[in-house]
Design a protein around this ligand. Structure first.
Ligand code: ADP
Ligand code: MG
Length: 704
């Protein structure tokens, strides 16, 4: 183990083609052009691109890079990359030159037909393009493959349909930028030129020993355990959360941080999480598209470094039944280029009114599009967390904290329309605002969407999922609410009065979405039902929200998704769900057939032999016999459940792809999986540990 101190300030960003490097290496004019593109979205001409490409290549080669890759986020959920080396055709001398053109930098052509396109491929060409997202800096990644220049890109079809997460994310950032500036202008802001969503994504993960991992086909094929009885001790003692980090884990974290810092990821916070073997890493927030890329880099780095330490990093939302799963908290706020956080309550009444409008617009957006936000966090693994008695519930609500909720309540009850303006009720209400301090509100860990001082924390996203979708939805639904507010306010004769009226109207109309209580309780489920809030318990039930008329209208209005793109996304989601459950079911079948049943059958023979031997010795073999019959009963149950699972999996997998198939996986195959797991888990508690064919939960989570 290396005890070399890490010189953070020196290594931070050393492998990033960042602003300092660009300023140093690019001719002034070229640098200026590129900055224009980055800051104002101006198109990049090929001449400029050629110079940048050349300098980027020279820089990367100095860092040891041999290849470059267009790094992108297709709809498979994991980043994709194809490596091309810098070498060009040999010269007459037999030597090769290292080359990299502007064209190669700004555009790549992976074969789109190998990535999910959900019908877009049938309608349009198979060809796809990756395009440089110059707002997210290129970096050199060092791993076993050597050093590779990674160029963050967006991925589109030949006709421009988005085949990835980045494209709609960038579109949604443009939408919120436009509408937020419009709103700021109404409040007299003439200095801000750009508004960017800021995102900080906290990442939870599990670490297990690699040797044990490799003995479990369920972990290998599906990333989670499909069988496994709870050990005598789980997380009930709360002794892991924020506990001392064990040395093996600490040395892993040290390497992770170092790797992340080198590529410019601001790894900031690390700690043990609630469940044994569970940990968390949080970076400092960044612009949404960078934060999304960085989160992908974090996930890749966790996995890679874990392997180097003889461990495996589990990013699945629910690797172990009975202990907490993992999520990703998406912290979101809106920041102007001159440093104003629009979600900061501020100090003066003037700022407060703007803040209250922003806040009530967000309430309106979340209330109206709760179904879309819920959908943005849907993935097969998250079905085990959301609405399954674990944080957070599948019902979207907003936590404001006592002070803000009080302000909203006052607005609703005393802000009697015109009267209040003259009478100064709102003024009074507003004057209560400067009391806000960042810690004035308590925490509520059970809320899916919580105001935490100067940002919202969306806590539903799955640990394995990209945070892109959640932010696409957030940006767009808030852009819509801003646009609607601006339409009213731009026409208003008395602006102050109009703002007050609007804030009050939004507060009244959307109060059902505010909930400060215990989101885990059954009482909330019933209360939410009374309020008419959607309770969407599963991924298959969440997907239709993507293609509702409401969603199509919203996304088309802001140019974030076309109807065809939304339909393709829904189709891909159904397919992804079906595939995931199919793999899980088949893995269970495989494990039961080839590992559990044979091991248990063998064990019953040992037991039977023992019964005979004990009897022959003239002793009482009652206990042995009873154990044998107990096992035999469960063995029978397990076999029957296995046959049933085989049958339904075969039937459902024959169905044509689409919504119905996914529903069958959820309603038919999933319960059949549970039915098989149950007797096997019971058997694990009775059968001799020596006879059990794989490491138990105890081995996996307490002995890392
Ligand atoms: P909390 O304790 O409220 O969860 P932390 O300070 O630990 O807050 O931050 C959690 C995450 O939120 C970090 O990634 C952090 O960088 C991010 N964050 C902090 N402020 C903001 C903000 N204004 N907008 C977006 N993310 C933020
Ligand atoms: Mg947090």
């Amino acid at each position: 183990m290396s005890t070399e101190p890490i010189k953070v300030a020196e290594i931070f960003g050393e492998n990033v083609f960042n602003d300092t490097v660009m300023q140093e290496r690019l001719p002034k004019k070229i640098y200026k052009n590129l900055k224009k593109t980055i800051e104002e979205g101006k198109e990049l001409d090929l001449e400029t691109a050629d110079v940048i490409a050349h300098e980027m290549k020279e820089w990367a080669i100095e860092k040891g890079a041999t290849h470059y890759t267009h790094w992108f986020l297709p709809l498979t959920g994991v980043t994709a990359e194809k490596h091309d080396s810098f070498i060009s055709a040999p010269q007459p001398s037999g030597k090769v030159l290292m080359s990299f053109s502007g064209k190669e930098l700004i555009k790549g052509e992976p074969d789109a037909s190998s990535f999910p396109s959900g019908g877009l491929r049938a309608t349009f060409e198979a060809r796809g393009y990756t395009m440089w997202d110059c707002t997210s800096p290129a970096f050199v990644r060092q791993d076993a493959a050597g050093a590779i220049l990674c160029i963050p890109t967006a991925f589109c079809s030949y006709t421009g349909e988005a085949l990835d997460q980045k494209t709609p994310l960038l579109r949604s950032m443009e939408a919120i930028n436009g509408q937020a500036l419009r709103l700021l202008k109404l409040f007299g802001n003439t200095t801000s030129r750009k508004v960017t969503p800021s995102v900080g994504a906290e990442q939870e993960y599990f670490l297990v020993d690699a040797d044990k991992f490799l003995q479990r086909k369920d972990l290998i094929y599906t990333g989670r355990t499909l069988f496994g009885a709870m050990p005598p001790k789980g997380q009930e003692m709360d002794d892991h959360y924020f506990g001392t980090i064990r040395q093996r884990i600490a040395s892993f974290m040290k390497d992770v941080n170092e790797e992340l810092w080198k590529v410019g990821v601001t790894a900031k916070t690390q700690h043990n999480e609630v469940a044994p073997a569970q940990h968390e890493l949080a970076p400092i927030y960044a612009e949404a598209n960078i934060a999304v890329d960085h989160n992908q880099i974090i996930m890749q780095t966790l996995k890679r470094v874990a392997c180097q330490h003889g461990m495996k990093c589990l990013l699945h939302e629910k690797p172990f039944k009975g202990v907490n799963g993992s999520g990703k908290h998406n912290n979101w706020s809106l920041t102007t280029d001159d440093g104003i956080n629009m979600l900061d309550p501020g100090k003066t009444p003037h700022e407060n009114i703007q803040f209250l409008l922003v806040l009530t617009c967000i309430l309106k957006a979340v209330n109206r599009h709760a179904d879309l936000l819920r959908e943005s966090a849907a993935d097969p693994g998250n079905d085990h967390r959301l609405g399954a008695n674990e944080a957070p519930p599948a019902i979207i609500s907003v936590f404001l904290g006592e002070q803000l909720e009080d302000v909203i309540e006052q607005l609703i009850s005393t802000g009697e329309a015109t009267h209040s303006l003259k009478g100064g009720h709102l003024e009074t209400n507003v004057r209560t605002l400067p009391e806000f301090t960042k810690d004035a509100t308590d925490r509520n860990r059970t809320s899916p969407f919580a105001f935490t001082g100067n940002k919202f924390e969306f806590r539903m996203v799955g640990s394995r999922d990209s945070v892109a979708e959640a932010n696409i939805v957030l940006n767009t639904i808030v852009a819509e609410a801003f646009a609607e507010a601006c339409e009213v306010l731009e026409k208003a004769e008395d602006f102050q009065k109009a703002v007050h009226d609007l804030i009050k109207e939004y507060a009244i109309e959307n109060q059902r979405i505010i909930f400060n209580g215990d989101g885990y309780s059954q009482a909330w489920v019933e209360e939410a039902k009374r309020r008419g809030l959607p309770n969407i318990r599963s991924m298959v039930e969440a997907i239709p929200a993507l293609v509702s008329d409401k969603a199509v209208g919203l996304f088309e209005k802001f140019g974030v998704f076309t109807k065809a793109e939304l339909e393709s996304r829904a189709e891909i989601s159904y397919e992804n769900y079906s595939k995931a459950i199919n793999i899980e079911a088949r893995t269970m079948i495989d494990m039961a057939r080839k590992q559990f049943l044979p091991a248990i059958i063998k064990y019953t023979k040992t037991l039977a032999d023992t019964v005979n031997a004990v009897k022959q010795a003239g002793a009482d073999a009652n206990v042995q016999e009873e154990t044998l019959s107990e096992i035999t009963v469960l063995l029978k149950d397990a076999r029957a459940a296995l046959m049933e699972l085989e049958k339904v999996t075969a039937e459902v997998s024959e169905m044509p792809d689409g919504q119905e198939k996914a529903q069958q996986y959820y309603h038919v195959v999933h319960p059949a999986m549970d039915a098989l797991r149950d007797p096997v888990d019971q058997l694990e508690m009775i059968v001799d540990k020596e006879a059990w064919p794989m490491p138990s939960y105890g081995d996996l989570i307490f002995e890392v």
